[in-house]
Design a protein around this ligand. Structure first.
Ligand SMILES: [Zn+2]
Length: 375
């Protein structure tokens, strides 16, 4: 077993208030990880992330192996030193990005061959290479190499992909030997509960430090996603982290926490910030909207973030209209603060065993304001 520990400190129904300790620091769970695709959470310095309460972030194996190259990062002292982030980093396996290439890839039992989106050269990625790259980066949480299924997908092909993912998970586990980082397996199985069950059981038998649920938030309806969580989460070991990959909206996160998920990542808060979509308790403020042109108020008067304490909607609207970099930065500060606050509230609610009541209030706040959500 690797150098991390996981302790459930309180539970409320299926939801867990927990703590994960890594060599590079502890993470209070449930937690949300901002995405730092190219070894940077876009527009944020690591110091700013730390100030926002971020304790773990995600970096992308696929992007970093293509540019600057895992060897370059390793020679420069590893990813933490390279990007000046001293806390834990989780790296994805590259499987999802390869999946996103669509027709530009070909999958075999051995691995995946694809054309580099950067220079068109042929690149081959398999479980062993993914483990080697994540080791070179110095990742604290390594993800097993997986084959992500598109949506929709028929059962036979989904089964084939899920079984391949299981075999790749076992190869990943063997190739991970001697790496002090934690290794998480990834449950696949598309929208088929029986396949999710088979995947979860297979991974449990192999034994991983944590368990991720992959292949969701790929275009399926909200209810379908919840149905798959209901089918999957109870099959994962209670004494390991459960990580829902690539999810999601505040509502997605809250519903998954209720079902026992501990960890999340998504580009939503950072990407939406750069597009002027700002999260607020009553929905979204679209700062690009002309109605904010002379609005002296902050995005959310009740928000304690740096942006809301010092800047008006009118100023943020102006920065957005002018395409100013500072607009992206200030918007990102607000959205990441919103997600950090959301997770802190969720953790408190679980510790106080009032998650259901908190969720009702949360849903009411979102719903009550619906008529005023701008379009
Ligand atoms: Zn704010």
């Amino acid at each position: 077993m690797s150098g991390y520990s996981f302790t459930v400190e309180a539970s409320d129904g299926e939801a867990r208030r927990a703590r994960a300790s890594f060599a590079r620091g502890a993470v209070e769970l449930p937690a949300f990880m901002p995405v730092g695709t190219h070894a940077t959470v876009k527009a944020m310095t690591p110091g700013e992330l730390d100030g926002l309460g971020v304790r773990i972030l995600v970096a992308n194996t696929f992007h970093l192996m293509l540019r600057p190259g895992a060897g370059v990062v390793e020679a420069l002292g590893g990813l933490h030193r390279f990007m000046h982030w001293e806390r834990p980093i989780l790296t994805d396996s590259g499987g999802f990005q390869v999946f996103s290439l669509g027709a530009r890839r070909s999958i075999s039992e051995e691995g995946v061959e694809f054309r580099s989106p950067i220079d068109g050269s042929k690149v081959f990625l398999d479980a062993e290479r993914s483990m080697a790259v994540q080791r070179s980066l110095g990742s604290d949480v390594v993800m097993a190499f997986d084959d992500c299924t598109a949506y929709p997908m028929d059962e036979a092909r989904t089964r084939e992909s899920m079984e391949r993912t299981l075999r790749w998970a076992k190869r990943s586990r063997a190739a991970h030997a001697g790496n002090p980082g934690a290794l998480f397996g990834i449950v696949q199985g598309g929208m088929y509960a029986s396949l999710r069950e088979r995947s979860a059981k297979g991974l449990r038998e192999a034994g991983f430090d944590g368990y991720a649920i992959g292949g969701l938030a790929v275009g399926e309806p909200f209810d379908e996603r919840l149905r798959m969580l209901d089918a999957t989460v109870p099959l994962l070991p209670g004494d390991r982290i459960r990580y829902l990959m690539g999810v999601g909206t505040p509502e997605d996160v809250v519903e998954a926490v209720r079902r026992g998920v501990d960890l999340f990542d998504c580009v939503l808060p950072t990407r939406n910030a750069r597009n002027g979509y700002l999260f607020v308790p009553w929905g979204v403020v679209k700062i690009r909207n002309r109605r904010h042109r002379e609005d002296e108020r902050p995005i959310d008067p009740a928000c304690a973030c740096h942006t809301c304490r010092h800047y008006s909607r009118a100023y943020l609207h102006h920065l957005d209209r002018c395409g100013e970099i500072l607009g992206s930065r200030l918007n990102t500060v607000h959205n990441l603060h919103f997600y950090q606050r959301l997770m802190a509230d969720v953790r408190d609610a679980i510790a106080n065993r009032r998650l259901d009541a908190w969720r009702r209030d949360f849903a009411e706040r979102r719903a009550a304001a619906e008529p005023t959500i701008e379009s």
